[in-house]
Design a protein around this ligand. Sequence first.
Ligand SMILES: *[C@@H]1O[C@H](CO)[C@@H](O)[C@H](O)[C@H]1NC(C)=O
Ligand SMILES: *[C@@H]1O[C@H](CO)[C@@H](O)[C@H](O)[C@H]1NC(C)=O
Ligand SMILES: *[C@@H]1O[C@H](CO)[C@@H](O)[C@H](O)[C@H]1NC(C)=O
Ligand SMILES: *[C@@H]1O[C@H](CO)[C@@H](O)[C@H](O)[C@H]1NC(C)=O
Ligand SMILES: *[C@@H]1O[C@H](CO)[C@@H](O)[C@H](O)[C@H]1NC(C)=O
Ligand SMILES: *[C@@H]1O[C@H](CO)[C@@H](O)[C@H](O)[C@H]1NC(C)=O
Ligand SMILES: *[C@@H]1O[C@H](CO)[C@@H](O)[C@H](O)[C@H]1NC(C)=O
Ligand SMILES: *[C@@H]1O[C@H](CO)[C@@H](O)[C@H](O)[C@H]1NC(C)=O
Ligand SMILES: *[C@@H]1O[C@H](CO)[C@@H](O)[C@H](O)[C@H]1NC(C)=O
Ligand SMILES: *[C@@H]1O[C@H](CO)[C@@H](O)[C@H](O)[C@H]1NC(C)=O
Length: 287
Amino acid sequence: MNHSVFSLSPSPSVFVIVLLLFVQVPSSLSSSSLFTDCSNQFVCGDISTGFPFWGSGRPSACGIPELELNCENNITRMNIDQVAYRVLEIKPDIESLRIAREDYLAGLCPPQFANSTFNPKVFDPVIGYTNLTFIYGCVAAFIGAVPLPVPFTCKINDTNYGQSGDIKGGATGPGDCYGSVFVPVPFTNWPLNWNVTSLEELLKEGFEVRWKVDSAACEECNRSSGVCGINNVSNQTTCYCRNQSSGSKTCALPGSTPIADQAGPPPPGMCLNFSSNQFMNSSPSTA
Ligand SMILES: *[C@@H]1O[C@H](CO)[C@@H](O)[C@H](O)[C@H]1NC(C)=O
Ligand SMILES: *[C@@H]1O[C@H](CO)[C@@H](O)[C@H](O)[C@H]1NC(C)=O
Ligand SMILES: *[C@@H]1O[C@H](CO)[C@@H](O)[C@H](O)[C@H]1NC(C)=O
Ligand SMILES: *[C@@H]1O[C@H](CO)[C@@H](O)[C@H](O)[C@H]1NC(C)=O
Ligand SMILES: *[C@@H]1O[C@H](CO)[C@@H](O)[C@H](O)[C@H]1NC(C)=O
Ligand SMILES: *[C@@H]1O[C@H](CO)[C@@H](O)[C@H](O)[C@H]1NC(C)=O
Ligand SMILES: *[C@@H]1O[C@H](CO)[C@@H](O)[C@H](O)[C@H]1NC(C)=O
Ligand SMILES: *[C@@H]1O[C@H](CO)[C@@H](O)[C@H](O)[C@H]1NC(C)=O
Ligand SMILES: *[C@@H]1O[C@H](CO)[C@@H](O)[C@H](O)[C@H]1NC(C)=O
Ligand SMILES: *[C@@H]1O[C@H](CO)[C@@H](O)[C@H](O)[C@H]1NC(C)=O
């Protein structure tokens, strides 16, 4: 469990790994340029962040595939499960980010419907938030579970469905209506005391999700003056070093040897649980 302890007497597998490192180097970007690239912070407006995010000046090797950030006019955006979000805040210390749906920033009638879903292998929900479902296109007057002091209506693709909006707690489907969208919102005292304006404000506040990274391995890399990244072949956290090839968990400090990645399953404490947490789960079966 203690990864700072490693054998100083080289075992056969260490030789194999050292050999592999030299074989790999010419075929990939040298680690020192990834060291330089991944040392860049992503900076956009008030947002400034590094691993496990990538985007702008940070190539994909600097972060988790799902955590790509885009910057435009000092506004940070990211797509999660095909939904565009505005990134309001990143809290690296608790590994959480606060995001708001870009479509609902303009009101309660998004042009396209999509639920806010999150790959549980990459994201964890944060306590204090709960789903709210917006139900659209109920042709008949709909007696909802939530009283609507100010009914909201949405024109859906040029069809005006009349007084058709409904809102329910939890993640539910549209029932007899045209469509539905669920979004996490802060757990407040709704539905007792809200109207369209206050709901819009609630959505603008956004909600938090946590990304799943065990920071211990990155801290170890950081302490050795390396920068963390993701090996795009193994999908494992890796450490990029000045003047060194990649493939190590840490960088060599003067007078020492770097800790080589182990050939077997990643040791406990590696950044992500990549042994079970393969991103390939989201792509079609390759077996
Ligand atoms: C992995 O990264 C290397 C160098 O950064 C790049 O040449 C290669 O195309 C990448 N492979 C994949 C599958 O993304
Ligand atoms: C972004 O913010 C910086 C610093 O606040 C400012 O100097 C710059 O003009 C802004 N850029 C845009 C496109 O708004
Ligand atoms: C409106 O129509 C477009 C094009 O057919 C479609 O992509 C979109 O999902 C529709 N919007 C809704 C809310 O159904
Ligand atoms: C919202 O609903 C989805 C699907 O049921 C669930 O996975 C997710 O954890 C819920 N989010 C919150 C904040 O309750
Ligand atoms: C959102 O999720 C609900 C419940 O799973 C589903 O019935 C509904 O069709 C989904 N909406 C969209 C736009 O996918
Ligand atoms: C909407 O609700 C908020 C808070 O509950 C209240 O301050 C505001 O006056 C209400 N607006 C309307 C138009 O009813
Ligand atoms: C290590 O992390 C600290 C705090 O996040 C950061 O200021 C520092 O630049 C990092 N060191 C390296 C070598 O990236
Ligand atoms: C990296 O290598 C260059 C050229 O060989 C050298 O000038 C530089 O001092 C080295 N940097 C470190 C941190 O070893
Ligand atoms: C990590 O992976 C192992 C082996 O696949 C699995 O048993 C375990 O539940 C995973 N842990 C987490 C926190 O996902
Ligand atoms: C790494 O992630 C990519 C992109 O999600 C996926 O296509 C690939 O199969 C994964 N590779 C491994 C070894 O898990």
